[in-house]
Design a protein around this ligand. Structure first.
Ligand SMILES: Cc1ncc(CO)c(N)n1
Length: 227
């Protein structure tokens, strides 16, 4: 497949507005190291432990999206995402760490790195002090970015070393949830701001939130490279 997958109109606009920083995130050296298998195992396991802690807080942020929902449909999509994170995505982390001799208790007790804390607390704060739109603008780079990375690596990987990771994010289940989040974002914007939401002053602020979350993703990969 060539070109990035389609995750909806609003995401496409925010991604374009983010410019080079989106590329820095989705083509980071960490990602390219998973693609060709040159990423050191130590860096990968360190990243995966931090990412487990990330997903704990990320699930809390999605739970906040249930709280900030204004329709039954929004609640369904947000709660399905909470469930997908806790019962599906985290299985990858638990499974790979178990093979490496790291127990689930140890994993949960991983000391959090500042780059990790900065990112998840930024997302939670967007939700605490804002509405569902602010929260979704902060959540979107994580969900869609990994969707894009998964699809590209599944096409381009030249090594089997990180295939489990790639298959999780390229798989139908994860891709289906990314498309659902794209629809949630499009619907939430249209419902609150109307179809010309990208012409309103509010839109710039949402794009800035998206951009900051993308920068924090770059910082997260960078943290992963320094165990
Ligand atoms: C840092 C980070 N961003 C996005 C995802 C996808 O859920 C993840 N697991 N970790």
């Amino acid at each position: 497949m060539s070109g990035a997958p389609d995750y909806g109109r609003a995401f496409g606009l925010m991604r374009a507005a983010a410019g080079d920083v989106w590329r820095d995130y989705t083509r980071h050296a960490f990602v390219e190291g998973m693609k060709d298998g040159t990423l050191p195992r130590e860096a990968f396991l360190h990243y995966l432990r931090q990412d487990y802690v990330f997903l704990v807080h990320f699930s809390r942020a999605w739970a906040l999206a249930v709280v900030k929902s204004e329709t039954h449909e929004e609640m369904l999509l947000a709660s399905a995402t909470v469930n997908g994170l806790i019962s599906e995505e985290m299985k990858l982390h638990i499974g790979i760490c178990a093979e490496a001799g790291i127990s689930q208790d140890e994993l949960f007790a991983t000391p959090e790195r500042p780059e990790n804390l900065a990112y998840t607390r930024f997302v939670l704060e967007a939700g605490y002090s804002g509405d569902l739109l602010s929260l979704l603008a902060a959540l979107a780079p994580c969900v869609m970015g990994y969707g894009e990375i998964g699809v590209r690596l599944s096409d381009e990987a030249t090594s089997e070393t990180y295939r489990d990771w790639i298959n999780t994010y390229a798989g139908d289940e994860y891709q289906g949830s990314v498309r659902a989040v794209g629809e949630l974002l499009d619907g939430a914007l249209a419902r609150r701001l109307g179809d010309s939401y990208d012409q309103l002053p509010r839109w710039d602020g949402l794009c800035q939130t998206f951009n900051m979350a993308t920068q924090l993703e770059v910082g997260f990969w960078q943290m992963g490279m320094t165990p």
